[in-house]
Write a protein that binds this ligand. Structure first.
Ligand SMILES: Nc1ncnc2c1ncn2[C@@H]1O[C@H](COP(=O)(O)OP(=O)(O)OP(=O)(O)O)[C@@H](O)[C@H]1O
Ligand SMILES: [Mg+2]
Length: 261
């Protein structure tokens, strides 16, 4: 579900470079007869419908035909993998659901994801957020050049019991560190940013405040990056998209009493 929502919302945000309204809704629906969608069909029965709609650029007909194809993207090379919707499609199919897309160029797009209602008991909460390690008000410096990721990250960190302080550029983060080096208890940074990169920032922090734990995240898994990060004393390298559990665990490691290292 997390991946479905994140991918649809990220597409919606990209479709509204000038801003707009992102709508998300969840309702239960019943089909008395089979229905056909723009993408797939469903038999009758009870479903939950997740709607993600935007007031963005819309999707032209020739593009609409191909949006679910793996690697199909209209974004610039290096910006989109074109895997977002094919992943969503795969997950929805696996659950026996369907997707309906309505779009009008210049007006916006609406994705309706239908998933069958089930009587099965909910999965165990073993790995739920209740069982995640929580913080105790430690101040976390978070830096990412993507605005939405800073906002989202701050929410996740606050939910985990930390005190987030977000920055939209590594330069701003570095200036804050220089001004008040002891204000922060841990740093979480994106790798790919205009100079200094996350790794370069980690190197600077190491000179300024050697004991300050740094957690780095990146969109690419890359053994060179992991090795370089380790050499700079980086505590953990996480993959994007960031999962709350990964953040919680990396932070817990940062604050582990030295004796249990
Ligand atoms: N809400 C939307 N509004 C307009 N176009 C969309 C929308 N959602 C998807 N698209 C179009 O469908 C294409 C494929 O989307 P998909 O999520 O599969 O890949 P992507 O967003 O390009 O790349 P990635 O998901 O890896 O960042 C997009 O490049 C875009 O052209
Ligand atoms: Mg996408």
């Amino acid at each position: 579900m997390h991946q479905i929502i994140m991918n649809l919302c990220s597409n919606a945000v990209h479709a509204m470079p000038q801003g707009g309204v992102l709508g998300i809704a969840l309702v239960r629906v019943r089909f008395g007869a089979p229905v056909a969608f723009s993408h797939g069909a469903l038999g009758n029965g009870d479903f939950v419908r997740l709607t993600v709609k935007d007031t963005g650029i819309g999707i032209p007909a020739d593009v609409l035909e191909r949006i679910f194809n793996p690697f199909f993207t209209t974004r610039r090379a290096g910006e989109g993998t074109g895997l977002g919707l094919s992943l969503v499609d795969g997950i929805v199919r696996e659950y026996g659901g369907g997707i309906d897309v309505q779009t009008a160029p210049g007006e916006g797009t609406r994705f309706d994801v239908y998933l069958p209602v089930t009587d099965a008991p909910p999965a165990s909460h073993e790995h739920g957020r209740e069982s995640l390690p929580h913080g105790d008000g430690q101040v976390v410096l978070l830096v990412d050049d993507e605005d939405t990721l800073v906002t989202l990250g701050e929410e996740v960190l606050a939910e985990l019991g930390y005190e987030p302080v977000g920055f939209r550029s590594s330069i701003a983060a570095w200036e804050a560190l220089l001004t008040e080096p002891n204000r922060f208890d841990v740093v979480i940074t994106d790798q790919t940013m205009p100079e200094p990169t996350g790794l370069a920032l980690a190197a600077r922090i190491r000179t300024l405040r050697p004991g300050l734990p740094v957690i780095l995240y990146s969109g690419f898994s890359n053994t060179t990056l992991e090795r370089d990060a380790r050499e700079e004393g980086v505590l953990a390298v996480l993959r994007k998209p960031l999962r709350q559990a990964d953040i919680a665990e990396a932070l817990a490691r940062a604050f582990q009493p030295a004796s249990s290292h």
